[in-house]
Design a binder for this molecule. Structure first.
Ligand code: FUC
Length: 744
């Protein structure tokens, strides 16, 4: 039996029970209704308007004043002035919106239906629903094809002539204009999201049937007495091309020249090309849980170890990545691509002080490097707008800056008027590290050459931005430690500060990346040496009064000790400035930091819990990795397995998936570490196809918690150091295409 299926025995009552499908660009949430099927529709470029230039006209003046006030210790005044003079005008960037809803009315009385089953098959990337009604089995399947660019819905009745339904599409009437047949069998639904240069969209609906009759009625398609039917939904927007309306119709017309079997075959083979690269198998201790529905299994976490549910969760993360982020699509936002609200939480934007980055943590390690690409596409836009922002806001002519949020246009201005988050100039810098990470995993020099300007530009901004603190160190100011609040000795509270630890850590990684790129690409030697000098003068992680890693330059107390952000441990994960091997004392302090946060209620949002699991993996604490993965899924996961901040926010899914990989394989200290944090509950198992830095693919097996086999395959010529559990690292030279078993 294929264990990689999410299973339910009733239709979804709400979004948190519905099942996601997608091809990177088009997304659907399938409810599986009996009387009426509803599929919530998304297209990843439907955002609320056009690019805004939101630099505050008073920012340059504000910057000087805020810096002076912070230096003088007048934090309250600095913060209020920063909100007036530095926050964006207007204060919000654009937000993500749904495309609409596709509905199929069957008119079946749900009370009279039986043998209901609803599922999402992660191996074939298809959602299905099935039930018996008046002696007929009705089955439907929904998937979104990347090769054919459409959503497909296949309907079948077990008895010929019994399939009758009406198919429609609708949206919120504050942004959709029209929905009618075009005289050629298509229903064309169109609208625009607002603002004069905003985004316009067209969706087209077309169907074919077998054995019955079909016609358009009003704005719908009606099918009568058929055996089976196939519906295609295409969606295009002006964000991608001017001829979007023509293309949406062409997509469905073209798709339906193929049969259902052909469309499905092409979809599955395209999907599996990515999905099959990795396979995780853990010993089956599910004790029959596998027969339960997925929501019941989630509820039983804690009672049963259920390693098979762990596999399912891991595979679901990979499924979401493949379904939500493909070359040419937009990056995964706070909800991936799946959103049913005109005003989703935090605008379902790209929050870049942790969330958007977390979405991509498993991209490289889980062998989905090309799914990482949309993030680099967005960063290209950020670099352009952020260059203007650097000039307009900070009077800085070199490089680019982005604050803690961005939108589809790459808006770089500060977001909101929220002191703990708004004035934080590090978003571009963190994102740029993803470009370098992609290189480190794949070692594609032509990629690095093409994208190096993103790394360089992010760094250059700080040449002119950093200031000296009272100890002569070079630091950021004004900034925040996202999104925490400290207490000053006089009892007052502050958020804005000089040199929060995370900023210095991000910059150390970024400047190091520029120096390495300079050597790799034989360029910018002067810049590299300048950055090396700056790094000499930058703060390094320090231990504070509680034995913790200091979060701020001054060892303040936190107001909320269990805060969800643990930004000062950026150095531990995703960076590796702190490792147990290289910096054992700092690693001890990182442990103390985590314990302090957790003993005060930390990890209460899904993404925070997922980050914590990754950090424990870096500290090689397998028990804690397991405990936090359990909590992530028991407390912060919805019945459809989507992460629950609350509300639904997809980052925890990707963070959790990355943590599972991180427990099995780590690339730190210039080594590939095998099984660095293997939980005892995963005593026997194997994982195939994980990626390691340097272009290596790794297959490992273990038994009784001990490594039994390790196979490395090299994509390019290269050398690597491999560390087996409790052993010295060994150095291995490999040729491109070569596979080598590591002697145990
Ligand atoms: C950050 C987090 C919140 C939330 C939001 C989208 O601001 O602190 O918890 O995830 O992003």
């Amino acid at each position: 039996m294929n264990g990689n299926i999410l299973i339910y025995t009733k239709p979804a009552e709400d979004f948190n029970n519905a099942l996601p499908v997608g091809n990177g660009r088009i997304g659907g949430m399938v409810y599986g209704g009996i009387k009426r099927e509803k599929i919530g529709l998304n297209e990843d470029s439907i955002w609320s308007g056009s690019l805004r230039h939101r630099a505050n006209p008073d920012a340059k003046e504000g910057l000087k004043e805020v810096r002076e006030l912070i230096k003088a210790g007048n934090i309250a005044k600095a913060e209020s002035l920063a909100m007036d003079k530095m926050a964006g005008v207007p204060e919000n960037s654009r937000h993500y919106m749904p495309l609409g809803d596709l509905t199929i009315d069957f008119g079946h009385d749900a009370d009279k239906a039986g043998a209901y089953k609803r599922s999402l098959d992660l191996e074939e990337a298809a959602a299905a629903a099935e039930y018996e009604y008046e002696g007929v089995v009705f089955r439907r399947e929904v998937f979104v094809s990347a090769p054919d660019n459409v959503m497909l819905i296949y309907l079948k009745a077990s008895v010929p002539g019994k399939l009758s339904c009406t198919i429609g599409i609708g949206g919120r009437d504050d942004y959709f204009d029209d929905c009618r047949p075009d005289g050629k069998g298509n229903i064309v639904y169109s609208g625009g999201t607002g603002s004069k240069d905003g985004i316009f969209f067209t969706a087209a609906l077309r169907a074919v049937n077998h054995g019955g009759s079909m016609r358009t009625v009003g704005g719908s398609i009606s099918i009568e007495a058929a055996d089976e039917a196939l519906i295609a939904l295409g969606a295009r927007t002006s964000f991608y091309s001017e001829d979007y309306a023509v293309r949406a119709v062409a997509d469905v017309e073209c798709a339906l020249t193929k049969t259902y079997e052909e469309l499905r075959r092409d979809h599955v083979s395209d999907y599996r090309r990515l999905y099959d690269r990795v396979k995780l198998e853990l010993n089956d201790n599910s004790e029959g849980n596998i027969a339960l529905t997925t929501d019941e299994r989630l509820k039983k976490i804690g009672e049963h170890p259920d390693n098979k549910l762990m596999e399912l969760y891991f595979n679901f993360g990979r499924y979401l990545m493949i379904s939500g982020s493909r070359p040419g699509s937009q990056p995964l936002n706070l909800q991936g691509i799946w959103n049913d609200s005109m005003w989703p939480a935090w605008g379902s934007k790209f929050t870049v002080n942790i969330n958007a980055e977390m979405n991509y943590w498993p991209a490289e390690s889980c062998n989905l490097a090309e799914c990482h690409e949309p993030l680099f596409g967005l960063l290209e836009r950020i670099a352009v707008n952020g260059h203007e922002m650097a000039k307009d806001m900070y009077g800085i002519e070199r490089g680019y800056v982005c604050h803690h949020n961005t939108d589809i246009w790459g808006d770089c201005a500060p977001q909101d008027k929220w002191i703990p988050a708004t004035i934080w100039p590090m978003g571009g810098a963190w994102l740029a590290l993803h470009v370098y990470e992609h290189y480190l995993y794949n070692r594609d020099l032509s990629f690095l050459k093409e994208k190096y300007h993103l790394i360089k530009g992010a760094a250059e901004f700080f040449l002119d931005y950093l200031i000296e603190d009272d100890k002569g160190r070079l630091v950021t100011c004004p900034s925040v430690s996202p999104e925490n609040t400290y207490r000053l000795p006089d009892g007052t509270e502050g958020r804005m500060c000089i040199g929060p630890s995370m900023d210095s850590q991000i910059l150390r990684c970024l400047f190091t990346a520029v120096c390495e790129c300079s050597a790799l690409l034989d360029t910018d030697k002067e810049l590299a040496s300048q950055l090396k000098d700056i790094m000499e003068r930058m703060p390094v992680p320090e231990v504070g009064q509680y034995g913790q890693i200091k979060e701020w330059a001054v060892d303040y107390d936190e107001v909320e000790i269990g805060h969800r952000h643990i930004s000062q441990l950026f150095a531990l994960h995703p960076a590796e400035l702190i490792t147990p091997q290289k910096t054992p004392e700092l690693a001890q302090a990182a442990r103390a930091t985590l314990e302090r946060r957790l003993s005060h209620g930390g990890g209460h949002t899904g993404w925070s819990r997922a980050w914590i699991a990754n950090m424990w993996a870096r500290l090689h604490d397998a028990d804690k990795v397991y405990e936090n993965l359990q909590k992530l899924r028991a407390v912060s996961t919805n019945p459809n397995m989507f992460d629950n901040h609350p509300p639904f926010q997809i980052d925890g899914n990707f963070g959790g998936t990355a943590a599972i990989a991180e427990a099995l394989l780590q690339c730190t200290d210039g080594e590939i570490k095998l099984l660095p944090a293997l939980p005892v509950q995963w005593g026997e198992g194997s994982v195939k196809g994980l990626k390691a830095k340097g272009g290596f693919t790794v297959d490992i097996s273990w038994k009784d918690g001990k490594l039994t086999e390790a196979l490395l395959t090299a994509a390019i010529d290269g050398e690597c150091r491999v560390r087996l559990p409790e052993r010295e690292a060994v150095c291995i030279q490999m040729k491109a295409g070569e596979s080598r078993r590591i002697p145990l």
